[in-house]
Design a protein around this ligand. Structure first.
Ligand code: PLP
Length: 341
């Protein structure tokens, strides 16, 4: 089994969304505060980075390379972690125009990351090459770079959210009840993938459902299925994990890992990745005012909005208990000009 470093503040707490549940007259909705994994590296990315950093440090890495959108939460978390560990971070960010010094981009600078901006076309078609070129250049300077993929979404990154299933099961024991469904936004895939891996490995009975905030469900089903295939080799059956029985060591052909069995509810991307509609801002404002919780416009705002719309449609049985994972991203509230006053 892969091992990890410990940087996040865990376990994150679970709270009930009382007023939202009541107003919908549907299932009881709870929220797991992964937005509170720590201020600088708040959000879901740090759980994946804990595994990737262990591998990086074992390989003797003294430079980190990663990439993402200009307001990437993942890049900011990596920049913060690099600063904490004294390891230089090189970010390759996607943006055609000169960006405003706001939000995560500002924080990337505060943390001293080395930033290279590339066009959307280059990002889409050549980012692998560009990251490799950067790595080659650093190697020529005598460094040992470690490349972290977009969103830390690879097989190893999955283990961060596999662990969340174990964390939830312990919290369920303390709460005295269990959740029927765990809901999460999906962007690069390994958060949802990790929860599915956890479901397989811990034989977790709850349903795992993602809401995609970009592209479409099919794209993510395939991407996540591939990430899960990548995760399998990390599960070394010769080193038994104390708390995982042999019967729950999944094979690559585990039914939960088949694209068609990965549950993603489509229809809430709105105007596209990182673009918000008025209705989404109003929902975000409603949650801030009625629950005292800040959602982010790019991921959690859209996903929880999607969940409430699905509840209104009757997609979920009223007797259910649903756990929504707040994956963070709250610095994303700063950049956009909002239509609210
Ligand atoms: C990256 C991110 C997600 C999506 O997680 P993936 O593992 O990339 O699918 C969700 N919410 C926030 C706030 C994020 O930064």
């Amino acid at each position: 089994m892969p091992t990890k470093r410990s940087y996040a503040t865990l376990p994150t707490k679970i709270e009930k969304l009382d007023r939202l549940s009541k107003s919908l007259e549907g299932p009881e909705i709870y929220i797991k505060r992964d937005d509170q994994t720590g201020l600088e590296f708040s959000g879901n990315k740090i759980r994946k980075l804990e595994y990737l950093m262990e591998e990086a440090l074992q390989e003797g890495a003294d430079a980190l390379i990663t990439c993402g959108a200009i307001q990437s939460n993942h890049c900011r978390a990596t920049a913060a972690l690099g600063a904490k560990l004294g390891i230089p971070v090189y970010l390759v960010l996607k943006e055609n125009r000169e960006p405003e010094m706001i939000g995560n981009y500002l924080l990337d600078h505060l943390f001293g990351a080395d930033i290279q901006r590339i066009s959307e076309a280059d990002y889409q078609h050549r980012r692998g090459e560009i990251l490799e070129e950067l790595a080659t250049q650093l190697k020529q300077e005598g460094k040992t770079p470690y490349i972290i993929p977009e969103g830390a979404s690879n097989g190893l990154g999955c283990f961060g959210y596999r662990d969340v299933i174990e964390e939830i099961q312990q919290q369920e024991k303390a709460l005295g009840f269990s959740f029927d469904t765990v809901v999460v936004p999906t962007g690069s895939g390994s958060t949802l993938g990790g929860l599915i891996l956890g479901k397989a490995m811990y034989d977790y009975p709850g349903e795992i459902i993602g809401f995609n905030i970009a592209a479409d469900a099919k794209t993510f089903q395939h991407r996540i299925s591939l990430i899960l295939q990548e995760a399998i080799p990390y599960i070394d059956t010769h080193i038994p994990d104390t708390h995982i029985p042999d019967t729950h060591i999944p094979e690559a052909d585990h039914p939960l890992f088949a694209p068609e069995n990965i549950q993603i509810i489509d229809g809430y991307v709105g105007e596209g990745y990182g673009k918000s509609r008025k209705v989404e801002w109003h929902f975000l404002q409603h949650i801030a005012r009625s629950e005292g919780i800040l959602l982010d416009p790019v991921y959690t705002g859209k996903a929880l909005y999607g969940l409430t719309e699905e509840i209104k449609k009757g997609t979920f049985d009223n007797t259910q208990r649903i756990l929504f994972i707040h994956t963070g991203g709250v610095f994303g509230l700063i950049p956009p000009s909002t239509p609210l006053r």
